[in-house]
Ligand binder design. Sequence first.
Ligand code: GBH
Length: 501
Amino acid sequence: ISLRGSSVSSSFPSTFLFGTASSSYQYEGAFLSDGKGLSNWDVFTHKPGTIIDGTTGDIAVDQYHLYEEDLNLMNYVGVNSYRFSISWARILPKGRFGDVNWAGIDHYKNFIDALLHRGIRPFVTLTHYDIPQELEERYGAWLSSEVQEDFKYYADVCFRSFGDRVKYWTTFNEPNVAVIRGYRSGVYPPSRCSGSFGNCSSGDSEREPLIAAHNVILSHAAAVDVYRTKYQKIQGGSIGIVMNALWYEPFSSSFEDRLAVERAISFYMNWFLDPIIHGKYPEEMREILGLDLPVFSRYEVEKLKNGVDFIGINHYTSFYIKDCIFSPCEPGPGTSRTEGFAFRTAQKDGVFIGQQTEVDWLYVYPQGMEKIVMYIKERYNNTPIFITENGYGYMDNPSSKIEELLNDVERVDYMRSYLNALASTIRKGADIRGYFAWSLLDNFEWTCGYTVRFGLYHVDYDTLSRRPRLSAVWYKEFIANKLKQDFNPQVPIDMGFHRLP
Ligand code: GBH
């Protein structure tokens, strides 16, 4: 049952998952169909001024209705897995305070059956940022310990309804991003922040992210407990959590900057993974945050022992980190106490850490993939890892000709170099179980609306028609070649460009 222990060399071709990733709010649309309740993102995007192009995910790419077509695309690319999330508000429109929406259950049952029918394994996230708005209104969602009861109930419904067919579960997508943006900078719902962090009327950027994270961690533990005690033995699946993981290089080789790199990683990623895997918050966080950091009761520490079967990592890019404890910094990204006094920048002496892209936070630094994976392997005792997202974005450019829009050579270069770096970690003994490209289709990119395009397929938002980019064809060739090869960790894998048909 547990994924732990079996060796990487055994069966790369048959068990390695190659897929694409997506999420309910970014893909489904159908925001009021068949009894779905309102989510926090439905409410947020309908407020003027929240999304840069004024759009919403009301329709998105309408995968709710068009999934048969998307399954054809997946079969064309040849993926053996699809990562998607369930919309909590579609299953439980009022959380645990109302009925189960059977039409929502039916929808996902049909979708999952259709995936399996085509030999594509579902890799399911319970929460990818979107939650029933009801939970916000009743008790302030992640700020209240009540949310643990709701998440546990929701997870139970999902395991019971879909667990006979779903063998890969993750509780949360990037809870670090969700709580930082929801409660520190306030740019995601519930838009809470204070002080120099953002521009909100209510909230406490110093403390609320810590409280929200604490409730996320305990909600995760509660869901894993339900899975372990009621379902895992019978259903035989596995369960994990997905973190956004950046890699950081020290700004200089000084001891201070190298310590600051450790703090940056701890205050961003280990913040959640340490409690879940080691039962306590990272040392650096306890030292710096003191009494502001919530504590786990003895009973809670027991629950945390359920841990995870695997770690999911969304990795896209890397930054430099400069220490702000020994030599104080001007206020800027990462410099606050709640971020570990570690200034984050993409530039050193006017040179970027890697090739710049059209997306302001994305730099091409494939070494970061290798380094973050090896870091996680060491810190978490070789827990199996899935790369649950990795991808390259372009800014929407309505004046470009379609041929240009489909010729995403930079994305192909990016994917090739990051997959190469990943292969190198496997040769060094990292237990990598799968890779999911973000994303199959262009989709709703949160506060950037439809202005940023991450798809292997281009979406025309007037007609919703999907067209393959070069990267779709390249990934198809890549997968076809990998899945044919017997994997031998001693022999370097040829991750070179495969000539297009
Ligand atoms: C993922 O994270 C999401 O899971 C997915 O839904 C989304 O569509 C995809 O990436 C592509 O963006 O500039 O300091 O904030 C998205 C959120 C954005 C969080 C970039 C980390 C980089 C560091 N990520 N951000 S910073």
